[in-house]
Design a binder for this molecule. Sequence first.
Ligand code: GDP
Length: 443
Amino acid sequence: MFKTLNDKLDLAFKHLKGQTRITDLNISNVIKDIRKALIDADVNFNIVKEFTDKVKTEAIGTKVIQAVRPDQLMVKIVQDELVNLLGGSVQQFIVEEKFSIILLAGLQGTGKTTFAGKLAYYLKNNKNKKTLLVACDVYRPAAVEQLSILAQQIGTNVYSNKESNNPVQIALEGIDFAKANHFDTVIIDTAGRLSIDTAMMDEILQIKKATKPNHILYVLDSMMGQDALSVAKSFHDVTNFSGVVLTKIDSDARGGVALSVKYTLQTPIYFSSTGEKVDNLEVFYPDRIAQRILGMGDIATFVEKAQTQFDDAQAEKLEKKLRKNQFDLQDFLEQTQMIQKMGSLKDMLSYIPGVSKAVKDVDIKDDAFKPMQALIQSMTPAERKNPDIIDMSRKNRIIKGSGRSMQEINQLLKQFEEMKKMIQKMGKNPMAGLSRLGGQFKR
Ligand code: GDP
């Protein structure tokens, strides 16, 4: 995510390393490189120009104080401008208390149907909403099937009508069905096309007119680059959608679309979709994204992800253990399992400030925990509780049982010892413990 941009911006800031002041002269190389970094990231030229002009004016006008080096100051100025470019403060997606209709639009393959499921899941878990998914894509029979699978995963229902080829009729029937069956939110998934055409726009307009949705969300594939934005612009001119959802942000190394949406469309970005699983959805926080672009990590998102997998009782139990220095291999095993549930290991590590830069170019496989887990799973409860009792004959038994090597068990025990020491030094915060624990595996 944003890796290329991050690498290039890092290089731009290097021009100021060792400088004591920001001058017209030394800033010109930095600005040139920032401009190039943004162009390479596929940000629209006008946006880049405006951005770098602002950064330059700000940098020259800001007094460098002794405590802050020019390169650090520059990072801060770029960070602030990135936040502005990404939309400033977070835009909360508000759903009506009583009944909300959300209409989704976008080209085919952008991740609309997947997002319909994710949004229903998000609304269920975060807003306590009971959502009905309405399948209005009458051209692609598989879409109904896809929605039904998603609905099953998240424990909700789909309304479809195979007899009808009229999306407006299906949408209205879906709304009636929702009202009659105590749903409080309806998400209407519409048909996409390979490219935008008047038929598609007309269809959305008709559904809009008939259903009067509270929100029209345009689903934008961040992998599609600037083309996606010009399509979105024409779509917006006709349908006046209320906001944007960025999908496939996980696969987008460039980031140009994310950085150009607000400027081009002047609509809020509510969510970003970060994978194919139903819980791979994030509220779009401009400040957090800016931090990620600058390789500063994003601890707030990390903690939120952890919280979804980690209930209060577990956290309390872990905190107690950490406080009493009783953290054992069983806890270690459980934490690795939890981190795995949070998402891809490398993504998780990249949220952690400091670690994010260190792991940027390291290949971290998602099964990196496997050897350790296999070893711990072959230990007795007593061994997990007190690894000090693991002598040579126990080691031999464990490696035989787990199919791992002597080197791996020695490494695990050594890392565990180091980690215990680190936890002791670090204090009692389980979340901090978690991030350290993740950091163990970057080597
Ligand atoms: P639709 O035609 O717009 O309804 O698109 P789909 O929801 O069927 O998605 C098209 C493809 O993109 C599917 O293979 C999805 O699994 C995939 N996809 C959707 N959202 C994301 C995302 O955020 N990240 C990634 N990597 N893939 C996604």
